[in-house]
Design a binder for this molecule. Sequence first.
Ligand code: DON
Length: 307
Amino acid sequence: MTPDLSALVDSIVARMGAAEDRGQVASYIPELAKVDPAQFGIAIATADGRMLTGGDADTSFSIQSISKVFALTLALGKVGDQLWQRVGREPSGNAFNSIVQLEQEHGIPRNPFINAGAIVVADVNLGGHQPRVAIGEMLRFVRYLSGDDSIAINEDVAASETTTGFRNMALANYMRAFGNVRHPVDLVLGTYFHQCAIEMSCRQLALAGRYLMLDGRHPDGGRVVSPGRARRINALMLTCGHYDASGDFAFRVGIPGKSGVGGGILAIVPGRAAIAVWCPGLNDNGNSMLGTQALQMLAEATGWSVF
Ligand code: DON
């Protein structure tokens, strides 16, 4: 029997509010270091159309790498399975910003969720246009998915990463040397940094994730992706969505999830729920410490799992 979700959300919010060890807020993007680590939000959009929220569920935060899910969805729509000639589908077992595998693997990133893979996806999404076209498309897409036109980009966060994103510059230049980044690096990174700087609340993010719990359908009936593609995006979230902690997330939580260094996690229970949690402090792998704990608590109490 599914427990009372509303009471469960309240107890998760209480537990996370009282936690003393909250991890460390990301500081390598200076603008993110300013965020108050005491915040915690959760939103659950259920397949039968309910929305349950708790804590700071309506506070906007930087979605960062969670944007890679939406960027991948758009890129697959443009080039289909040809994408897999330029990006792999295997967990990397390395940090999200690692460069080590790229030399041996000929500039082909392991998967679309590590930074190198997401930079190739951004290159695909640029498609010969200016970054503002690709960024505009991405914003329209997340606004459509969540049914909320107020979603916007935080230009200070994008600028902050543009001036400090040396690792991403290295990754992009390295892949350009292999011919796997095809546009000028500054245009590709301009696209990538802006998609990462999109701000959404837990409520907006859970709403945006509904197509992944509904076999690729928007709740308004429109088809976003085919059922097979929704399943594959979920499979990649499960196997690669938490970088070198993806195995641990699958072990502890057991559902597809994608994290971001802003402290958000989008998690999908196929056929049941799209969940967003947010707590800015990160663990050593760059994933939200309490966000992961909250999802584990939710999964244990509900029995939600893909296993
Ligand atoms: O490229 C970066 O480093 C950031 N814009 C995004 C990284 C990220 O969110 C990793 N996630 N946990």
